[in-house]
Every structure is written in C-alpha cells, then in structure tokens.
Design a protein around this ligand. Structure first.
Ligand code: CTP
Ligand code: MN
Ligand code: MN
Ligand code: MN
Length: 375
C-alpha cells in the first residue's frame, strides 16, 4: 500500500484543486475533540492511541472545507474506528459525550495543568498527581517538592508563558537577538522558525535558528549573545547546552531519541510590552495590571551552515509533519532524516543539502512550502 505521507500529500493536492471557502467553527470543534482524546491517551501512557487521534485531527486540518457528513469521513485515509465514532457523534449531536467526560476528569485536568508548566513532562506531572497535588498553588506551597531551576521558572511565569505569543512579539525578539549577534559577529544569519515560519499568527514560544555563512564562525556565539542580553536584564531563565553532535551522535544510530545535538538554549526572555495603564486593564488596580513586561519562551538553536537546511526543516515543524516525514524517509527511502542530516542507509553516506528544496528532492517529494506543513 501507499505510505501515509504519500496518501496525505496526494489527498492534499486533490483538495487544494477543489478548494472552497472554509467554514472555521465546526472544523475546530472536531479537531479540538480529537486533540483532547489524544492528550488523554498520552496521559494514560498510550502513545499509539494518542498518535492515532493526532493523525485523524491532522487529516481534518488538511481538508479544504468543513466535514459535514459521515460519508465524507469514510472516504478519508488515516481515520480509525474510534476517531470516526467521535466525529460522527459530534456531527449528529453537536458534542461528544466521551470528550465531555474526559474534560471533566480530575486526572485529565491536573495533567493538562502540570504538563503546561515549562520543564514538566508527563512523568513528573503523573508523579505529582499520584502524590495528591492538584493545583499550581499546591506546587507553590509544597515544602518537600524538589523543583528544578527550569520548573521553578516555569511555575513562576506560568500565566505569561501560557498566554499566546504574537507575531509582532516574535519579530521583536528575533530583531533583539539579531542586533546583539551582529555586534559580536557581523553576517550572523537569524531565522524565525517553528509555527511562525509556517505562517501562524500566534504561538507558544519563539524558535530562532542562528548560523553563519562561514562554517565554524558560529561556535561560541550563543554564550556571548545570552551574556549580553542577560546584562541588559532581558533574560529571566536560560540553560545553555553545548554542541554534542560529534561525541554523542552517529547518523545511522538506531537511537529513538528525536533530540538534536546543536548548541542551544531553551530560555525565557523578559519582553517589554506597552503598559496597560490607560486601556481597559486600568480599571483593575492590582499590581499585575501595571506590569510592563511579559515572560516569553524562546528556543535559540545554533547550527553550522552545512547542517542549516536540515535544522531549518526540522525546526519549522509541525511536530506531526516532522514525524510523518521521518517515517516516510525511513520506510520508503531507507534514509534517516533528522535536524542534522539525511543519511542514506543503502549507499551508507550522508547527503549534503544547500537548501530545503534539496532535501525534498532526495526524498523524491515535491517541495512543500512551510505554510503546507501545518499538519
Ligand atoms: N523541536 C525540536 N527539538 C526540540 C523541540 C522542538 O526539533 N527539543 C522542533 C519540533 O519538532 C517542531 C519545531 O521544533 O518541529 C517547533 O516546535 P515547537 O516550538 O514546540 O512548536 P511550534 O510548531 O513552533 O508551535 P508553537 O506555536 O506551539 O510553538
Ligand atoms: Mn514554537
Ligand atoms: Mn507547541
Ligand atoms: Mn519551540
């Protein structure tokens, strides 16, 4: 049979040809429902079930217009029985009893709350839940809880970090980073990746790639940039990781970890924003309302220019698109794709790329612009 990636792409192309005006509301209802069930499955440790719901939601997202009948659904690839049942329920009744039940569950609500804390993964959230902790207040007041520096920062800035980051804020941060980088190393290339590169108007963080046309010049730059921003009081948290590509990584390793090995910092910036005094918020006299800054999550990733196209492809996302693309290259092309390289396991060699187009060509796929990668 054809691979899901190919199915998805040909399906997408057919849909684009017959494109009609899009009704947004019901579509989101269906996607949100499937995403809720995906989260719930992952909270229960069922990664396979979680992925099945993500796939179904992704298929819905690629449709040119809202799904209205169950017959249309039956013609779609990538829909399991469970996903079909839920969508059918919503199409018929306007809601799904199962999804309603899940969102009411104490465990679901608590896991969602805890995993939304920067630095808290499924394991930690689950442990805290088992220990009887239920709220951010419980975490903040607990005497015996051992938080990492990252989790402490995540908890401290929880409200800000769970507010969407706007495109304007992302551009501002990219410009700040660029200015400082240029002061140390003229010619540094700064690229806004992640959801914003895919054309999203808001995101949960800002993903920035840093490179330089001369291989090797980028080394050591990040600590200088962070240091400078820190001395200006613009960094609330940072955690510099050095490049570990050469000592911890071989391209054909069977490691299942998707983590890359670039020099990087997953940080929190202190972004100046227009003070709320004078607008609607001024009626509220809490000290919060006069706060003239906002904590913003920023991922800074340094890549040598020789790996830049792969880093760009890997860091543009979406996560689901990357997962499908990597699975496709492995299963259909016997090539291992990650954010550093493409490794041909038959020829046993790394394939060099100068741009994203090269990579799609190696994979035998038509180039997909970032805005088509929102799967
Ligand atoms: N990524 C990665 N390694 C990480 C974290 C993220 O390679 N340790 C990649 C993800 O696979 C994704 C991209 O970086 O392709 C952006 O990830 P993320 O910021 O989590 O998601 P976005 O798509 O940018 O969405 P959001 O607006 O929520 O930030
Ligand atoms: Mn992002
Ligand atoms: Mn995200
Ligand atoms: Mn990110």
């Amino acid at each position: 049979g054809r691979s899901p990636m190919l199915l998805h792409i040909s399906w997408f192309t057919e849909c684009m040809a017959a494109r009609e005006p899009v009704k947004i509301e019901p579509r989101h209802l269906l996607e949100d429902a499937l995403e809720t069930l995906s989260k719930e499955a992952s909270f229960c440790g069922s990664d396979g079930r979680s992925l099945a719901f993500i796939r179904a939601a992704s298929v819905l997202r690629s449709l040119p217009s809202t799904l209205t009948t169950i017959e249309e659904l039956n013609r779609l690839p990538g829909f399991g029985e469970h996903s079909k049942r839920v969508v059918q329920e919503i199409l018929e009744d306007g809601f799904s009893a199962e999804v309603e039940r899940v969102t009411q569950k104490e465990k679901y609500q608590t896991m969602k709350l805890f995993t939304n804390i920067f630095g808290v993964g499924m394991k930690t959230a689950n442990r805290w839940y088992q220990e009887g902790l239920r709220s951010l207040g419980d975490l903040r007041n607990s005497q015996k809880l051992k938080l990492s520096k990252q989790q402490e920062a995540g908890l401290q800035h929880y409200e800000d970090l769970n507010m969407p980051v706007s495109r304007a804020e992302a551009d501002l941060i990219a410009k700040m980073v660029e200015e400082v980088a240029h002061s140390f190393l003229p010619g540094t290339i700064i690229t806004l990746a992640g959801g914003f590169r895919r054309g999203k108007l808001s995101g949960h963080d800002v993903d920035i790639l840093i490179t330089h046309a001369q291989e090797g010049r980028e080394e050591g730059l990040l600590s200088k940039v962070i240091g400078q921003l820190q001395s200006q009081g613009l960094i609330l948290y940072h955690d510099l990781k050095r490049n570990s590509y050469h000592d911890a990584f071989s391209p054909d390793s069977k490691s299942t970890s998707n983590m890359d090995h670039f020099e990087r910092s997953f940080s929190i910036f202190r972004l100046k924003v227009a003070s709320h005094i004078g607008d609607i918020g001024a009626r509220d006299h809490s000290p919060e309302s006069s706060k003239d800054w906002k904590a913003v999550r920023v991922d800074l990733v340094v890549t040598p220019i020789s790996q830049y196209p792969y880093a760009l492809l890997g860091w543009t996302g979406s996560k689901h698109f990357e997962r499908e693309l990597r699975r496709f290259s492995c299963n259909e092309k016997k090539m291992v794709l990650n954010s550093h390289a493409l490794y041909d396991t038959v020829e046993q060699k790394i394939l060099a790329a100068t741009c994203e187009e090269d990579i799609f060509l190696y994979l035998g796929l038509e180039y997909m612009p970032p805005s088509d990668r929102n799967a």
